[in-house]
Ligand binder design. Structure first.
Ligand SMILES: Nc1ncnc2c1ncn2[C@@H]1O[C@H](COP(=O)(O)OP(=O)(O)OP(=O)(O)O)[C@@H](O)[C@H]1O
Length: 271
């Protein structure tokens, strides 16, 4: 099992899949505030392939969300490049849809159907009829058929996250970017949503980058995990073939233990 962990700084390549969908190459990301310059990530490299369930994992402040924002095109690297299908990312686009942790990412004055249709009509410029058909398909996939005409304030947190996932997936992006989408849910709903996400993946084999600071969630959701250390975020190791490890008896716990040690092994570090 331990051979699935590579400490070669996010460069683990899969010879079976030569062309990565996304390449993050030596990326440094900084925030400028009036009083200081914060380096969120430094020299981070990784590759994401078609149908990967790629997890960015690390303690609070290691730059997971910042990396996701940069892949989304909302932030420009001060060093390095991010490219999709070989084209440098310079701005947000419908090829990268984001799902956030917050439950208020839906438009409260629109129904579930209207929320899911919105980017299809505005960004993809689809006719209403076609947008509605696609939206209904994805609303069915996330098991919200009966709530299609409901407004967000009448839905539970888990249902709202399902709508956000349906809205992202309906756009059929190259990559779905998920920033701790289940972190604000209760433990039971969270587990249920993880199972549903995996079922959706079995169904459509979409490519997803998923941010979490839960090691157990990372192991359950992913096929590959990038481990980041904080202040500034640097690649600590990459775990490949996670799905094989997590389905073998007792291996998931051993892997969880191993990842925990890798992430929190520095002297004096607190979780
Ligand atoms: N808008 C901002 N302005 C200045 N600094 C920021 C800003 N957003 C994040 N940072 C800093 O950048 C670093 C990385 O933050 P980021 O939110 O990407 O980490 P994270 O790994 O996603 O953390 P968490 O798990 O707590 O969400 C932190 O030191 C944070 O304080």
């Amino acid at each position: 099992m331990l051979q699935t962990i590579s400490t070669s700084a996010g460069q683990a390549a899969d010879p079976q899949r030569a062309e990565p969908l996304l390449s993050v190459d030596k990326v440094t990301l900084r925030y400028k505030t009036p009083s200081l310059l914060v380096t969120a990530t430094e020299n981070v490299s990784f590759k994401v392939y078609q149908s990967d369930r790629f997890v960015l994992l690390g303690p609070s402040g290691c730059g997971k969300s910042t990396l996701l924002k940069a892949v989304g095109g909302y932030m420009k690297p001060v060093g390095g490049t991010i490219s999709i299908h070989g084209r440098t990312v310079t701005r947000p686009g419908p090829d990268r849809m984001m799902v956030f942790q917050e439950f208020d990412q839906l438009m409260p004055w629109k129904t579930v159907l209207q929320n899911v249709m919105f980017p299809l009509v505005t960004a993809r410029k689809l006719p209403e009829r076609e947008a509605e058909d696609i939206a209904r398909t994805y609303i069915d996939k996330v098991k919200l058929t009966r709530a299609v005409d409901s407004y967000p304030h009448t839905l539970s947190g888990g249902m709202k996250q399902r709508v956000a996932i349906a809205r992202g997936m309906a756009m059929q992006p190259d990559i779905l970017l998920m920033d701790e989408p289940f972190a604000a849910l209760d433990a039971l709903t969270r587990r249920q949503m993880q199972d549903e996400l995996l079922q959706l993946w079995e169904d459509t084999r979409f490519t997803v980058i998923f941010v979490t600071h839960s090691i157990a969630e990372a192991i359950k959701i992913s096929n590959r995990i990038l481990l980041l250390s904080p202040h500034p975020g640097r690649v600590k190791a990459e775990v490949v073939d996670v799905d094989k490890a997590s389905t073998a008896d007792g291996t998931a716990q051993a892997l969880e233990h191993e990842i925990h040690n890798l992430l929190f092994s520095e002297p004096g570090h607190r979780e």
